[in-house]
Design a protein around this ligand. Structure first.
Ligand SMILES: NC(=O)c1ccc[n+]([C@@H]2O[C@H](COP(=O)([O-])OP(=O)(O)OC[C@H]3O[C@@H](n4cnc5c(N)ncnc54)[C@H](OP(=O)(O)O)[C@@H]3O)[C@@H](O)[C@H]2O)c1
Length: 305
């Protein structure tokens, strides 16, 4: 298949490029500011995807069989800092890609987030009412609605949880952010009452490749890690794996932190109807710790410990 991949330089997009190329798909990856090569791409192009007319020209010229949208302003903090840009990337872009996929009769895989829920009534099913507590979550809900309205017969919208993996810049995933904090002599407070299902990027990527290749799972879908952990337990597993002292992180509680009153406490996703229907099986964080790489920028610090 010829696949357009947006966000090819991101944490998830880069994993998708590798997974799809292993299945012999021709992946044309779009990056924005990233300058390095991304493994697995047949072609890499730089394009500002907030410019929808440039996106349209590129997509029509490429004429893909599938579009996988991993581009986003992907953190709640960034969305709050620039609501205009985040709306263009998180709402207008998915809407345009939905229209283009319909026009081209192409499969469309759009990535959404567990943050469409408030975390107060887990587990969340695909039919659970959305209840976002951040601008990022609100934009994700809006994108889901528009994609469903415009291209339900072509689109799969996959809500995913916190991801673990190696990002091209070494700054995006759980262990990379932990390394950053520790190398700056910061002891991060991690919540013992905040529950997530961390999922390896390779595992989500392989689900997305399967969804490109089949047409029977459309609409809203959930995928997550097989184990529910607290944010503190995630930190403990990462420290243990890299041989760093458990005292490097601090135990904190959401309940005692008014500044985090809108932070979703438990985003457990129910994976029906996907789980059990794909070749890919959900994985736990501990099953992929060996694949995690210490980012280049923290190696000197790490070896001095
Ligand atoms: N990471 C998580 O834990 C997580 C959890 C749940 C859901 N998600 C969702 O999963 C998807 C992928 O997230 P991610 O963590 O892989 O994201 P990421 O690492 O932050 O990567 C974002 C990607 O979007 C691209 N991008 C941003 N602005 C752009 C623009 N104006 N034009 C073109 N490209 C642009 C970036 O390109 P450059 O690098 O070239 O700038 C990068 O490739 C997103 O929809 C996110 O909301 C992520």
């Amino acid at each position: 298949m010829k696949i357009i991949l947006t966000g090819a330089s991101g944490l998830l997009g880069s994993a998708f490029a590798r997974a799809a190329s292993l299945r012999s798909h021709e992946v044309i990856g779009v990056v924005n500011e990233f300058k390095g090569p991304v493994a697995g791409l047949a072609r890499q192009i730089s394009l500002d995807l907030s410019d929808l007319s440039a996106l349209e020209a590129f997509t029509l010229e490429t004429f893909p069989d599938a579009i996988v949208n991993c581009a986003a302003v992907s953190s709640p903090g960034q969305c709050d800092k620039d609501p205009g840009l985040s709306k263009r990337m998180n709402v207008d872009l998915p809407e345009k890609l939905a229209l283009l996929s319909k026009h081209l009769f192409a499969r469309y895989i759009h990535i959404s987030s567990d943050q469409v829920f408030d975390g107060k009534h887990p587990p969340y099913h695909i039919s659970s009412p959305t209840s976002p507590t951040s601008l990022y979550g609100i934009q994700k809900v809006e994108a889901e609605k528009r994609v469903l309205e415009l291209a339900v017969e072509f689109a799969s919208i996959v809500r995913i949880p916190l991801l673990s993996g190696n990002s091209p810049r070494g700054d995006r995933s759980l262990h990379e952010q932990l390394f950053r904090a520790l190398s700056e002599n910061y002891r991060p407070p991690l919540f013992v009452d905040e529950f997530r299902q961390p999922c390896p990027t390779e595992n989500v990527a392989s689900v997305l490749v399967e969804l490109c290749e089949r047409n029977d799972f459309r609409g809203l879908l959930h995928w997550a890690g097989s184990q529910r952990l607290t944010r503190f337990q995630i930190g403990e597993q990462l420290l243990d794996h890299f041989g760093l002292p458990p005292s490097s992180i601090e135990q904190a509680t959401l309940a005692n932190n008014p500044a985090f009153s809108v932070w979703p406490p438990d985003l457990t996703l129910d994976m029906a109807p996907l789980e059990g229907q794909l070749k890919t099986r959900p994985k736990a964080l501990k099953e992929h710790l060996d694949t995690l790489i210490i980012p280049m920028q923290y190696r000197e610090w790490y070896h001095s410990q």
